[in-house]
Design a protein around this ligand. Structure first.
Ligand code: MG
Length: 374
């Protein structure tokens, strides 16, 4: 959206890739929530505070849930058991892993009973068996394809065997391309890094990729539940929210995981959420509109919160997000900040995202704040 350059303000909701209002509580407007797990429902072994209660309330309001994870190492049974231990009702049919999506992709290309060399863990093996494919460990067993998914106990020998298969021209599936996985000690190599090792050695890229941000897992989830109005919920803009856009589904970003205020304010159109919330309690709320007045300065308003993008002064390097009114809800402030920043960025062909310590300070209550307050 480009605004007039003169003094006549145009007040309207952000169109295209922007923050949108909802006609009622999201749990009532939508018939399925496709929910990311790590950073949304739990962080490591522990539930995100308030998540079990919010999910129970949303479920009681009629919302169905599909828990979608890029982690291919665990089976859906193991994921459902984990959720139940956290006090969250979960049926195995409500869990969808990138291993399952990948096995379905391979099953469409291979004959039933075809052998697949597994460079991965138990979750991937079980998913292949569920799709009438036969997991094997060596090229000597004459596989028709290579399937690669995350497994913390993966060996060099298996990576070498996978490389042998890829170099031989077998169809190569990667469950996902996440470069890192979170650990208590910071990021560690994820499946994408291990796929890159094989790609470097073999000289080519995977033929099939199953996980987020591909649209396939979201479309699979909607098909499984016959959903007409699905909503994607996630903490990562570059997997959950980018995948939602690719699948043509609205997305809700929560602030309990990886992506923080700076990521949101600087988000390119392909990764922007439609809705923002501090955590999963945002499912139970009717989301407010954000009004944007384009021009110079760009001004965005969400209820009482007002944020402007003011062009750089002669001695400044970047335009600034200026908080004109904080309002009562830090999420409203963040909604206004995103709308203003995105409008400015789109009107200036991308470029620098407006920066603001004021916005960051006002949003310090978000759990993910430590990720940007560096
Ligand atoms: Mg996550």
């Amino acid at each position: 959206m480009t605004g007039p350059t003169g003094s006549t303000p145009v007040s309207e909701e952000v169109g295209g890739a922007g923050i949108r209002p909802s006609e009622g509580p999201l749990a009532e407007v939508h018939d399925l929530a496709v929910v990311d797990l790590d950073g949304v429902v739990y962080v490591g072994p522990d539930p995100v505070p308030g998540a079990p209660e919010a999910i129970a309330t949303a479920r009681a309001a009629g919302l169905r849930l599909c828990y979608l994870t890029n982690n291919a190492s665990r089976t859906p049974d193991a994921v459902a058991d984990h959720l139940v231990r956290l006090g969250i009702a979960a049926d195995v049919e409500e869990v969808l892993t990138s291993a399952q999506v990948g096995a379905a992709l391979l099953a469409r290309q291979l004959e039933p009973g075809a052998r697949v060399l597994v460079v991965g863990g138990q979750g991937l093996r079980v998913a292949l068996v569920d799709h009438d494919l036969v997991p094997v460990d060596t090229m000597d067993q004459d596989p028709s394809a290579v399937a690669q998914g995350f497994n913390p106990d993966l060996t060099w020998r298996l990576l070498a065997e996978g490389t042998r298969g890829v170099r031989a021209g077998l169809t190569w599936l990667a469950t996902n391309l996440d470069l890192t996985v979170p650990t208590p000690f910071g990021p560690a190599p994820g499946n994408g890094s291990l796929v890159a090792a094989v790609a470097t050695a073999a000289g080519r890229r995977p033929d099939l990729v199953a996980g987020k941000p591909q649209p396939e897992p979201f479309l699979d989830a909607a098909r499984r539940f016959g959903a007409r109005r699905p909503l994607v919920i996630g903490d990562r803009l570059d997997t959950d929210l980018e995948g939602a856009r690719a699948a043509g589904m609205p997305g809700l970003a929560v602030m309990t995981g990886v992506s923080g205020v700076a990521d949101l304010v600087g988000a390119p159109p392909a990764c922007r959420p439609d809705h923002l919330a501090a955590d999963l309690t945002g499912l139970l709320e009717t989301h407010p509109a954000v009004e944007v007045t384009p021009g110079d300065p760009v001004v965005a308003r969400c209820r009482q919160a007002v944020v402007a993008v003011e062009q750089a002064a002669a001695d400044a390097v970047r335009p600034r997000l200026v908080v004109r009114r904080t309002g009562e809800d830090p999420v409203d402030l963040l909604r206004a900040a995103c709308a203003a920043a995105w409008n400015w960025a789109d009107a200036h062909g991308g470029g620098l995202a407006p920066s603001s310590n004021e916005v960051h300070s006002a949003c310090r209550t978000f759990p993910a704040a430590s990720r940007w307050a560096r």
